[in-house]
Design a protein around this ligand. Structure first.
Ligand SMILES: Cc1cc2nc3c(=O)[nH]c(=O)nc-3n(C[C@H](O)[C@H](O)[C@H](O)COP(=O)(O)OP(=O)(O)OC[C@H]3O[C@@H](n4cnc5c(N)ncnc54)[C@H](O)[C@@H]3O)c2cc1C
Length: 503
């Protein structure tokens, strides 16, 4: 760090985290900073992160990516939400659809109006008020500028994509913008004797690569933050015990459904992610409850088409580093932490950390306040998402039809974070939902998962309760009608994709 200036950035790792970081930093600092990325083809990347949430648009906007080109290059498809099957009860389905539910009504949250109607008639399903859900279930999609859905909010979307192709796509972008790539294995990390800062990393061929700031994107190995700097890993496996996934692609089927599916299984859950050229499938499980062989056979039994490869197994543990910024190192991606991919949040965590790094980029020296701010924001966001994921496990039907196994019985007995307990009790007892400002998932997300998992308040808000039933039905009926009118003329998602990738 010459004169304390921070203008030489070395990124360790070339998975999604490494190349997303390289692309974004080269976009912002490509002409002023030296940016180097080191990766080892021999070690390779994890390459299973295939589903995203709508915040990815902000990242792509920063890079100025063309959506049609992106879909073509990554064999991507559109994602309007996640369908949860068997979570509340066997045979039960609900969706965490992106976008709003109903209509923003100012002081009184929409679900209170729905609740009054639902308590009177349980056939009044919450998802009749979700544009994304209705489009997803009809396999339809169009970009919002062409969706005639006023006066409702638009239809936010995310993507499914091939993670290996995504890393390659971003590599092309970053290298064209001045990022220097070094191929090879890092075998050692040298620390400055006085400050404890990382001075350089040592390659297998003996070359040393220095940096003012190091970004650790080395995946689960956490070469810099974990191994070299010894930052503690905070273990969340007592509340999120799944620790392995077996995964295998299979041949695609038509239509390419514009949503992810997550199905509860005896020892965890399985995912289904449809892309243009195949379907990605995986079974996320806890090894205390099922063997690898059994998990692989459950996975293979449930494929929609012939498997395109033998199943692979990856091991992991839920948790995060105590600090994601420490000394002169920032950890981004799996090197910082991991939560099971139930709500497709890992790529969001990567872009969130990148956005923080850009916003708080050190200029002269590394200020302790800036480091504390970085760590506080990242930790809060991570822990709120942890609570959201735990909610799927702890709220389950108490009836005969719930999925019964030792794994699920144990989930009913496990401790619940106090922050989550408060949210669930507040909603169940009063109908009030108030996500924290750093919560990645906002009101409509919590609402859908709470209701989908059977947490339903018994009393609507006093104002909604006071509305005349006929007036209420008129109001709710007009929203349902607007949504149906908006969905009817939309093109099929398959047709949208064909058009998008040929442009
Ligand atoms: C089962 C599973 C399913 C997932 N599904 C989703 C999903 O649906 N959505 C989502 O958002 N996320 C998902 N994720 C997370 C997602 O895969 C990762 O967040 C993402 O791929 C980022 O990985 P990474 O870049 O941190 O690590 P990796 O892909 O592991 O990359 C690590 C890099 O470090 C390099 N490296 C390591 N050691 C060395 C060394 N000694 N020398 C040189 N280079 C080295 C490697 O070569 C590689 O380039 C999933 C993860 C798992 C495990």
């Amino acid at each position: 760090m010459i004169n304390g200036e921070v203008n030489n950035i070395t990124i360790v790792g070339g998975g999604s985290a490494g190349w997303m970081t390289a692309a974004a930093l080269s976009r912002m600092f490509g002409t002023t900073h030296k940016i180097t990325l080191i990766e080892s083809e021999e070690i390779g990347i994890i390459g299973v992160g295939e589903a995203t949430i709508p915040s990815i648009h902000l990242f792509h906007q920063l890079l100025g990516l063309d959506e049609n080109e992106f879909l073509r290059e990554t064999k991507g498809s559109i994602k309007l939400g996640i369908e949860f099957v068997n979570w509340y009860e066997v045979g039960h389905r609900y969706m965490h659809a992106f976008g709003t539910i109903g209509k923003d009504t100012g002081m009184v949250q929409f679900h209170n109006y729905w609740l009054k109607s639902y308590l009177n008639d349980p056939k009044d399903d919450l998802w009749k008020y979700s544009l994304n859900y209705q489009a997803a279930k009809h396999n339809k999609f169009e970009r919002p500028e062409k969706v005639n859905c006023a006066p409702l909010d638009g239809m936010p979307w995310a993507y499914h994509f091939d993670a290996s192709l995504y890393a390659k796509y971003l590599r092309k972008y970053a290298e064209a913008k001045s990022v220097k790539r070094i191929e090879g294995k890092i075998v050692d990390t040298k620390l400055d004797a006085e400050t404890g800062y990382i001075a350089n990393v040592v390659m297998e061929n003996g070359t040393e690569v220095d940096g003012d700031l190091f970004v650790d994107c080395s995946g689960f190995r956490s070469l810099l933050m974990g191994k070299a700097l010894g930052v503690k890993f905070l273990d969340y496996t007592d509340i999120l015990p799944v620790n392995r996934a077996c995964y295998a692609p299979c041949q695609g089927v038509s239509p390419i459904t514009p949503y992810t599916r997550a199905t509860a299984q005896d020892a965890g859950w399985s995912w289904r992610i449809p892309l243009q050229h195949r379907i990605g499938n995986g079974y996320v499980y806890c090894a205390d409850y099922i063997s690898d062989d059994e998990a692989c056979s459950v996975l293979l039994r449930n494929l929609d088409g012939p498997a395109l490869a033998d199943p692979n197994i990856v091991k992991f543990g839920a948790g995060r580093r105590e600090y994601s910024f420490h000394k002169n190192c920032v950890a981004i991606g799996l090197s910082n932490g991991f939560l099971e991919p139930l709500e497709s949040t890992a790529i969001h965590f990567i872009q969130g950390a990148i956005a923080r790094l850009i916003a708080l980029m050190p200029v002269k020296g590394i200020d302790k306040n800036l480091v504390d701010e970085f760590n506080e924001q990242g930790a809060t966001e991570f822990d709120m998402v942890r609570d959201f994921i735990v909610l799927h496990y702890v709220a389950q039907s108490s009836g005969e039809n719930r999925l019964k196994s030792k794994f699920w019985d144990d989930r009913q007995k496990m401790p619940i974070p106090e922050t989550l307990r408060h949210k669930m009790d507040l909603f169940r007892n009063t109908g009030i939902l108030s996500p924290n400002m750093y919560d990645l998932f906002k009101y409509p997300s919590w609402l859908q998962v709470l209701v989908g998992q059977g947490v339903i308040p018994q009393n609507p808000h006093a104002y909604a309760n006071s509305i005349d039933v006929n007036n209420l039905q008129g109001y709710l009926g007009s929203i349902r009608q607007t949504i149906n009118n908006a969905v009817a003329p939309l093109p099929l998602h398959d047709d949208f994709l064909k058009r998008a990738i040929s442009n």
